[in-house]
Design a protein around this ligand. Sequence first.
Ligand code: CA
Length: 232
Amino acid sequence: MLKPSVLIAEDEGALITLLRYNLEREGYRVLEAHDGEEALLVTAEEKPDLVLLDWMLPHLSGIEVCRRLRGRQETRNLPIIMLTARGEETDRIRGLDTGADDYITKPFSMIELLARLRAVMRRIRPGLAEDVIRIGDIEVDRAAHRVRRAGEEIHLGPTEYKLLDHLIQHPGRVFSREQLLDAVWGSDVYVEARTVDVHVGRLRKALNIKGVRDPIRTVRSAGYALDETFAA
Ligand code: CA
């Protein structure tokens, strides 16, 4: 399975070093950005699973970065933990409603930061913690390689299973065809992007048993997502 990736958007070198060391030890893949503009660029290119965002960043503040990420379809649900310094009026920042998922005040203990990060990760990638992942009425038993919908067993081909397994670990997130190719087929295999459409079509057909809602959302010119909201 792919390691979950964390983007550290921070301009203090010593803090980056400390964060990188601890995050890598916890099994995360670490990306870095040293100012606000770079944070937006790296997010768009590398699609991290989570962003640790310093609120005082050069060029573009963390708050502005957060707003812009929330404004984009692909990063609307991207988990963001904002790092704020004491004296930066944390309450006021919270009141600004930037859309961050959590806030941590500097100086923080690494244990606390890692605990908060794990909590967010469990929410967005349940697959890291459990063998059985459930979204709405869909259940993927990763140990037994079994899929059920509304209690009914669904038979999937190996590719459709991998697709579902990938999508269900990142509920709500939109993946382009190229990203799905990398995740399911691997980046060293040559497969046409259209192939993804074919397999998504098969997965959708298998999942859409009588009278239930289609859990897979097609985002025009962007890709596909497994929606958290389909069951609501
Ligand atoms: Ca800073």
